[in-house]
Design a binder for this molecule. Structure first.
Ligand code: SAH
Length: 347
Protein backbone atom coordinates (compact mmCIF):
# COMPACT_ATOMS: atom_id res chain seq x y z
CA UNK A 1 0.00 0.00 0.00
CA UNK A 2 1.39 3.37 -1.03
CA UNK A 3 1.59 5.95 1.75
CA UNK A 4 -0.89 8.82 1.53
CA UNK A 5 1.92 11.31 1.20
CA UNK A 6 3.18 9.61 -1.91
CA UNK A 7 -0.22 9.45 -3.51
CA UNK A 8 -1.01 12.03 -6.11
CA UNK A 9 -3.77 14.57 -5.80
CA UNK A 10 -6.10 13.26 -8.50
CA UNK A 11 -7.48 16.71 -9.23
CA UNK A 12 -4.07 17.85 -10.42
CA UNK A 13 -4.52 15.60 -13.47
CA UNK A 14 -5.98 16.93 -16.67
CA UNK A 15 -8.61 14.81 -18.39
CA UNK A 16 -6.05 13.56 -20.92
CA UNK A 17 -3.68 12.51 -18.17
CA UNK A 18 -6.47 10.67 -16.43
CA UNK A 19 -7.29 8.89 -19.70
CA UNK A 20 -3.66 7.89 -20.07
CA UNK A 21 -3.70 6.55 -16.52
CA UNK A 22 -6.70 4.33 -17.20
CA UNK A 23 -5.25 3.02 -20.45
CA UNK A 24 -1.97 2.30 -18.70
CA UNK A 25 -3.90 0.28 -16.13
CA UNK A 26 -5.82 -1.74 -18.68
CA UNK A 27 -9.08 0.18 -18.40
CA UNK A 28 -11.22 1.91 -20.99
CA UNK A 29 -10.39 5.62 -21.44
CA UNK A 30 -14.05 6.64 -20.99
CA UNK A 31 -13.63 5.80 -17.29
CA UNK A 32 -11.59 8.98 -17.09
CA UNK A 33 -14.58 10.98 -18.25
CA UNK A 34 -16.71 9.42 -15.53
CA UNK A 35 -14.15 10.11 -12.84
CA UNK A 36 -13.65 13.65 -14.06
CA UNK A 37 -17.38 14.28 -13.76
CA UNK A 38 -17.39 12.93 -10.22
CA UNK A 39 -14.44 15.08 -9.29
CA UNK A 40 -15.60 18.38 -10.74
CA UNK A 41 -19.27 18.39 -11.66
CA UNK A 42 -20.40 16.33 -8.68
CA UNK A 43 -17.63 17.37 -6.27
CA UNK A 44 -17.07 13.88 -4.94
CA UNK A 45 -15.12 13.84 -1.71
CA UNK A 46 -14.41 10.12 -1.76
CA UNK A 47 -13.85 7.42 -4.38
CA UNK A 48 -16.70 5.42 -2.87
CA UNK A 49 -19.16 8.01 -4.12
CA UNK A 50 -18.24 7.03 -7.70
CA UNK A 51 -20.97 4.43 -7.91
CA UNK A 52 -20.77 3.86 -11.66
CA UNK A 53 -17.25 2.48 -11.21
CA UNK A 54 -16.69 -1.07 -10.11
CA UNK A 55 -15.29 -1.68 -6.64
CA UNK A 56 -11.90 -2.86 -7.99
CA UNK A 57 -11.58 0.31 -10.10
CA UNK A 58 -12.39 2.48 -7.09
CA UNK A 59 -9.83 0.53 -5.07
CA UNK A 60 -7.24 0.98 -7.80
CA UNK A 61 -7.83 4.73 -7.77
CA UNK A 62 -7.53 4.78 -4.00
CA UNK A 63 -4.12 3.10 -4.08
CA UNK A 64 -2.75 5.75 -6.45
CA UNK A 65 -4.57 8.94 -5.60
CA UNK A 66 -6.11 11.08 -2.92
CA UNK A 67 -8.91 13.64 -3.21
CA UNK A 68 -7.66 16.60 -1.22
CA UNK A 69 -11.07 18.01 -0.54
CA UNK A 70 -11.39 20.99 1.78
CA UNK A 71 -13.38 20.58 4.97
CA UNK A 72 -15.56 23.27 6.51
CA UNK A 73 -14.10 23.18 9.99
CA UNK A 74 -16.32 25.80 11.54
CA UNK A 75 -19.34 27.71 10.34
CA UNK A 76 -20.55 30.96 11.89
CA UNK A 77 -23.78 32.76 11.06
CA UNK A 78 -24.22 36.49 11.34
CA UNK A 79 -27.49 38.03 12.45
CA UNK A 80 -27.78 39.47 8.92
CA UNK A 81 -27.63 35.95 7.43
CA UNK A 82 -23.99 36.08 6.31
CA UNK A 83 -22.15 32.80 6.83
CA UNK A 84 -18.43 32.58 7.48
CA UNK A 85 -16.62 29.30 6.97
CA UNK A 86 -13.27 28.41 8.42
CA UNK A 87 -11.98 26.03 5.80
CA UNK A 88 -9.42 23.39 6.66
CA UNK A 89 -7.03 22.45 3.86
CA UNK A 90 -5.42 19.03 3.45
CA UNK A 91 -2.23 20.18 5.18
CA UNK A 92 -4.08 21.59 8.17
CA UNK A 93 -3.89 25.22 7.13
CA UNK A 94 -6.99 27.35 7.36
CA UNK A 95 -8.57 29.99 5.14
CA UNK A 96 -11.93 31.69 5.39
CA UNK A 97 -14.73 32.07 2.90
CA UNK A 98 -18.02 33.89 3.20
CA UNK A 99 -21.58 33.50 1.89
CA UNK A 100 -23.30 36.86 1.54
CA UNK A 101 -27.06 36.77 0.97
CA UNK A 102 -28.94 39.78 -0.36
CA UNK A 103 -32.42 40.07 -1.77
CA UNK A 104 -31.32 39.41 -5.33
CA UNK A 105 -28.04 37.59 -4.98
CA UNK A 106 -26.12 35.02 -3.08
CA UNK A 107 -22.44 35.80 -3.32
CA UNK A 108 -19.49 33.60 -2.44
CA UNK A 109 -16.44 35.50 -1.25
CA UNK A 110 -13.45 33.19 -1.57
CA UNK A 111 -9.79 33.18 -0.57
CA UNK A 112 -6.90 32.71 -2.98
CA UNK A 113 -3.93 32.44 -0.61
CA UNK A 114 -3.25 31.34 2.95
CA UNK A 115 -2.45 34.70 4.53
CA UNK A 116 -1.30 37.64 2.43
CA UNK A 117 2.01 39.29 1.53
CA UNK A 118 0.75 42.78 0.83
CA UNK A 119 0.69 44.45 4.24
CA UNK A 120 -2.16 46.93 3.64
CA UNK A 121 -2.28 48.73 6.97
CA UNK A 122 -6.05 48.60 7.42
CA UNK A 123 -6.55 44.91 6.65
CA UNK A 124 -6.68 42.12 9.22
CA UNK A 125 -5.53 39.46 6.75
CA UNK A 126 -2.30 41.45 6.33
CA UNK A 127 -1.42 40.50 9.89
CA UNK A 128 -1.15 36.87 8.85
CA UNK A 129 2.00 35.84 7.10
CA UNK A 130 1.52 34.58 3.56
CA UNK A 131 2.01 30.84 3.89
CA UNK A 132 1.17 29.52 0.46
CA UNK A 133 -0.98 29.79 -2.63
CA UNK A 134 -4.21 27.85 -2.79
CA UNK A 135 -4.49 25.14 -5.42
CA UNK A 136 -7.20 25.41 -8.07
CA UNK A 137 -9.24 22.66 -6.41
CA UNK A 138 -9.03 24.38 -3.02
CA UNK A 139 -10.49 27.52 -4.54
CA UNK A 140 -13.12 25.53 -6.43
CA UNK A 141 -14.11 23.64 -3.27
CA UNK A 142 -14.82 26.88 -1.40
CA UNK A 143 -17.28 27.83 -4.13
CA UNK A 144 -18.89 24.39 -4.02
CA UNK A 145 -19.24 24.53 -0.23
CA UNK A 146 -21.00 27.89 -0.44
CA UNK A 147 -23.18 26.75 -3.31
CA UNK A 148 -24.32 23.84 -1.13
CA UNK A 149 -24.97 26.17 1.81
CA UNK A 150 -26.98 28.52 -0.45
CA UNK A 151 -29.17 25.62 -1.46
CA UNK A 152 -29.42 24.13 2.02
CA UNK A 153 -29.99 27.25 4.12
CA UNK A 154 -31.60 29.63 1.64
CA UNK A 155 -33.08 27.32 -0.93
CA UNK A 156 -31.56 29.56 -3.56
CA UNK A 157 -28.78 29.17 -6.12
CA UNK A 158 -25.37 30.74 -5.78
CA UNK A 159 -25.36 33.69 -8.18
CA UNK A 160 -22.02 35.51 -7.82
CA UNK A 161 -18.42 34.89 -6.85
CA UNK A 162 -15.95 37.48 -5.65
CA UNK A 163 -12.25 36.91 -5.04
CA UNK A 164 -12.29 39.21 -2.06
CA UNK A 165 -11.33 36.81 0.69
CA UNK A 166 -7.83 36.26 1.98
CA UNK A 167 -4.85 36.81 -0.27
CA UNK A 168 -4.07 38.54 -3.53
CA UNK A 169 -5.60 36.64 -6.45
CA UNK A 170 -3.28 38.17 -9.05
CA UNK A 171 -0.27 36.85 -7.17
CA UNK A 172 -1.71 33.35 -7.54
CA UNK A 173 -2.99 33.94 -11.02
CA UNK A 174 -2.48 30.56 -12.66
CA UNK A 175 -4.36 28.71 -9.96
CA UNK A 176 -7.10 31.32 -9.77
CA UNK A 177 -7.56 31.14 -13.52
CA UNK A 178 -7.68 27.36 -13.49
CA UNK A 179 -10.30 27.47 -10.73
CA UNK A 180 -12.35 30.01 -12.69
CA UNK A 181 -12.10 27.84 -15.78
CA UNK A 182 -13.57 24.94 -13.80
CA UNK A 183 -16.23 27.14 -12.22
CA UNK A 184 -17.38 28.36 -15.63
CA UNK A 185 -16.95 25.06 -17.48
CA UNK A 186 -20.26 23.37 -18.40
CA UNK A 187 -18.59 20.22 -17.05
CA UNK A 188 -17.87 22.06 -13.80
CA UNK A 189 -20.28 24.50 -12.15
CA UNK A 190 -21.31 26.14 -15.43
CA UNK A 191 -21.44 29.62 -13.93
CA UNK A 192 -21.16 32.71 -16.13
CA UNK A 193 -17.85 34.60 -16.13
CA UNK A 194 -19.70 37.88 -15.83
CA UNK A 195 -20.82 36.75 -12.36
CA UNK A 196 -17.23 36.50 -11.19
CA UNK A 197 -15.15 39.41 -9.91
CA UNK A 198 -11.47 39.31 -9.15
CA UNK A 199 -10.32 41.99 -6.75
CA UNK A 200 -6.72 43.16 -6.74
CA UNK A 201 -4.61 45.52 -4.73
CA UNK A 202 -3.40 46.73 -8.15
CA UNK A 203 -0.61 44.50 -9.43
CA UNK A 204 -0.07 46.45 -12.65
CA UNK A 205 1.97 43.84 -14.49
CA UNK A 206 -0.69 41.21 -13.86
CA UNK A 207 -3.56 43.50 -14.84
CA UNK A 208 -1.85 43.85 -18.21
CA UNK A 209 -1.38 40.13 -18.44
CA UNK A 210 -5.00 39.24 -17.71
CA UNK A 211 -6.06 41.83 -20.27
CA UNK A 212 -3.77 40.17 -22.83
CA UNK A 213 -5.24 36.79 -21.89
CA UNK A 214 -8.69 38.15 -22.76
CA UNK A 215 -10.27 37.04 -19.49
CA UNK A 216 -14.03 37.40 -19.19
CA UNK A 217 -14.41 37.99 -15.47
CA UNK A 218 -14.83 41.43 -13.88
CA UNK A 219 -11.99 43.36 -12.34
CA UNK A 220 -12.10 45.34 -9.11
CA UNK A 221 -9.19 47.41 -7.85
CA UNK A 222 -8.73 48.30 -4.20
CA UNK A 223 -7.77 51.93 -4.60
CA UNK A 224 -8.48 53.72 -1.30
CA UNK A 225 -6.58 56.81 -2.44
CA UNK A 226 -5.73 58.40 -5.77
CA UNK A 227 -2.93 60.46 -4.26
CA UNK A 228 0.42 58.66 -4.29
CA UNK A 229 1.64 59.91 -0.95
CA UNK A 230 -1.53 58.90 0.85
CA UNK A 231 -1.87 55.58 -0.95
CA UNK A 232 1.74 54.68 -0.22
CA UNK A 233 1.23 55.41 3.45
CA UNK A 234 -1.54 52.81 3.75
CA UNK A 235 -0.74 50.35 0.94
CA UNK A 236 2.94 49.45 0.50
CA UNK A 237 2.25 48.11 -3.02
CA UNK A 238 1.96 51.72 -4.11
CA UNK A 239 5.72 52.24 -3.61
CA UNK A 240 6.56 49.70 -6.29
CA UNK A 241 3.49 50.38 -8.41
CA UNK A 242 2.52 54.04 -8.19
CA UNK A 243 -0.78 55.33 -9.50
CA UNK A 244 0.58 56.30 -12.89
CA UNK A 245 1.66 52.75 -13.57
CA UNK A 246 -1.65 51.43 -12.27
CA UNK A 247 -3.48 53.87 -14.56
CA UNK A 248 -1.45 52.66 -17.56
CA UNK A 249 -2.25 49.05 -16.77
CA UNK A 250 -5.95 49.94 -16.53
CA UNK A 251 -5.84 51.71 -19.89
CA UNK A 252 -4.43 48.50 -21.30
CA UNK A 253 -7.19 46.51 -19.55
CA UNK A 254 -9.90 48.63 -21.13
CA UNK A 255 -8.31 48.69 -24.57
CA UNK A 256 -8.22 44.89 -24.61
CA UNK A 257 -11.40 43.94 -22.78
CA UNK A 258 -13.73 46.93 -23.17
CA UNK A 259 -14.82 46.20 -19.62
CA UNK A 260 -15.40 48.75 -16.89
CA UNK A 261 -13.41 48.49 -13.71
CA UNK A 262 -14.79 48.87 -10.19
CA UNK A 263 -12.79 50.77 -7.59
CA UNK A 264 -13.11 49.78 -3.97
CA UNK A 265 -12.59 52.69 -1.73
CA UNK A 266 -12.84 53.23 2.02
CA UNK A 267 -12.99 56.79 3.35
CA UNK A 268 -11.19 57.29 6.66
CA UNK A 269 -11.26 60.24 9.00
CA UNK A 270 -8.19 62.44 8.57
CA UNK A 271 -6.64 60.14 5.93
CA UNK A 272 -8.61 60.63 2.73
CA UNK A 273 -11.77 62.50 3.69
CA UNK A 274 -11.02 65.91 2.16
CA UNK A 275 -12.36 67.36 -1.04
CA UNK A 276 -8.95 67.12 -2.71
CA UNK A 277 -9.02 63.36 -2.07
CA UNK A 278 -12.39 63.05 -3.74
CA UNK A 279 -11.24 65.22 -6.68
CA UNK A 280 -8.15 63.04 -7.12
CA UNK A 281 -10.39 59.96 -7.15
CA UNK A 282 -12.64 61.57 -9.75
CA UNK A 283 -9.65 62.25 -11.98
CA UNK A 284 -8.38 58.69 -11.60
CA UNK A 285 -11.85 57.21 -12.12
CA UNK A 286 -12.01 58.95 -15.49
CA UNK A 287 -8.93 57.21 -16.86
CA UNK A 288 -11.14 54.39 -18.11
CA UNK A 289 -14.89 53.73 -17.69
CA UNK A 290 -15.39 52.82 -14.06
CA UNK A 291 -17.63 52.86 -11.04
CA UNK A 292 -16.80 53.34 -7.41
CA UNK A 293 -17.89 51.31 -4.40
CA UNK A 294 -17.48 53.35 -1.26
CA UNK A 295 -17.14 50.57 1.27
CA UNK A 296 -17.72 50.91 4.94
CA UNK A 297 -14.63 50.55 7.09
CA UNK A 298 -14.66 47.43 9.24
CA UNK A 299 -12.72 47.97 12.38
CA UNK A 300 -9.63 45.88 12.96
CA UNK A 301 -8.77 47.53 16.28
CA UNK A 302 -6.25 50.07 15.07
CA UNK A 303 -7.01 53.63 16.21
CA UNK A 304 -5.29 55.11 13.12
CA UNK A 305 -8.27 54.06 11.04
CA UNK A 306 -11.72 55.46 11.76
CA UNK A 307 -14.72 55.43 9.47
CA UNK A 308 -15.20 58.92 7.96
CA UNK A 309 -18.37 60.90 8.60
CA UNK A 310 -21.56 60.63 6.59
CA UNK A 311 -20.84 64.14 5.26
CA UNK A 312 -17.51 63.04 3.80
CA UNK A 313 -19.21 60.11 2.10
CA UNK A 314 -21.90 62.39 0.71
CA UNK A 315 -19.21 64.79 -0.50
CA UNK A 316 -17.47 61.94 -2.35
CA UNK A 317 -20.73 60.72 -3.84
CA UNK A 318 -21.74 64.20 -4.94
CA UNK A 319 -18.40 64.92 -6.64
CA UNK A 320 -18.33 61.57 -8.40
CA UNK A 321 -21.99 61.31 -9.40
CA UNK A 322 -22.25 64.89 -10.65
CA UNK A 323 -19.36 64.08 -12.95
CA UNK A 324 -20.87 60.93 -14.36
CA UNK A 325 -19.17 58.31 -12.17
CA UNK A 326 -21.53 55.92 -10.41
CA UNK A 327 -20.65 55.77 -6.73
CA UNK A 328 -22.48 53.52 -4.30
CA UNK A 329 -22.07 53.35 -0.56
CA UNK A 330 -21.76 49.70 0.45
CA UNK A 331 -22.87 48.65 3.87
CA UNK A 332 -20.81 45.85 5.37
CA UNK A 333 -22.25 42.43 5.97
CA UNK A 334 -21.30 39.96 8.66
CA UNK A 335 -19.44 42.42 10.88
CA UNK A 336 -20.64 40.74 14.08
CA UNK A 337 -18.75 37.56 13.15
CA UNK A 338 -15.68 39.28 11.66
CA UNK A 339 -16.74 38.21 8.18
CA UNK A 340 -16.75 41.63 6.52
CA UNK A 341 -14.16 42.97 4.05
CA UNK A 342 -10.72 43.09 5.57
CA UNK A 343 -11.70 41.22 8.74
CA UNK A 344 -10.75 37.69 7.70
CA UNK A 345 -7.98 36.63 10.04
CA UNK A 346 -8.78 33.13 11.32
CA UNK A 347 -9.91 34.46 14.67
N1 SAH B 1 -5.99 41.40 -2.16
C1 SAH B 1 -7.18 41.70 -2.90
C2 SAH B 1 -8.34 40.88 -2.42
C3 SAH B 1 -8.84 41.24 -1.04
S1 SAH B 1 -10.37 41.96 -1.27
C4 SAH B 1 -7.44 43.18 -2.85
O1 SAH B 1 -6.73 43.87 -2.14
O2 SAH B 1 -8.31 43.67 -3.57
C5 SAH B 1 -10.73 42.64 0.24
C6 SAH B 1 -11.22 44.07 0.08
O3 SAH B 1 -11.46 44.59 1.38
C7 SAH B 1 -10.17 44.96 -0.54
O4 SAH B 1 -10.80 45.94 -1.34
C8 SAH B 1 -9.55 45.61 0.66
O5 SAH B 1 -8.90 46.82 0.36
C9 SAH B 1 -10.74 45.80 1.54
N2 SAH B 1 -10.43 45.94 2.96
C10 SAH B 1 -9.34 45.50 3.59
N3 SAH B 1 -9.41 45.81 4.89
C11 SAH B 1 -10.60 46.44 5.08
C12 SAH B 1 -11.26 46.95 6.22
N4 SAH B 1 -10.73 46.88 7.41
N5 SAH B 1 -12.48 47.52 6.03
C13 SAH B 1 -13.05 47.56 4.81
N6 SAH B 1 -12.48 47.06 3.71
C14 SAH B 1 -11.26 46.52 3.84
Amino acid sequence: MVQDLEKRDIRKLKLDELKAFFVEHGEKPFRAQQVYEWLWQKSAKDFDQMTNLSLPVREMLRTHFVINHIRVDKMQRSEDGTIKNAVMLHDGMIVESVLIPTEKRITACVSSQVGCSLACKFCATARLKRMRNLNPDEIYDQVVAIKEQAELFFNRPLTNIVFMGMGEPLLNYNNVLEAINKITDPKGLAMASKRITVSTVGVAKMIKKIADDGVKFNLAVSLHSAIDKTRSSIMPINDSTPLEELGDALRHWYAKTKKKVTYEYVVWKGINDKEEDARALLKFAKIIPSKVNLIEYNSIDDPTFQQASQESLRMYQEILESNGITARVRISRGKDIDAACGQLANK
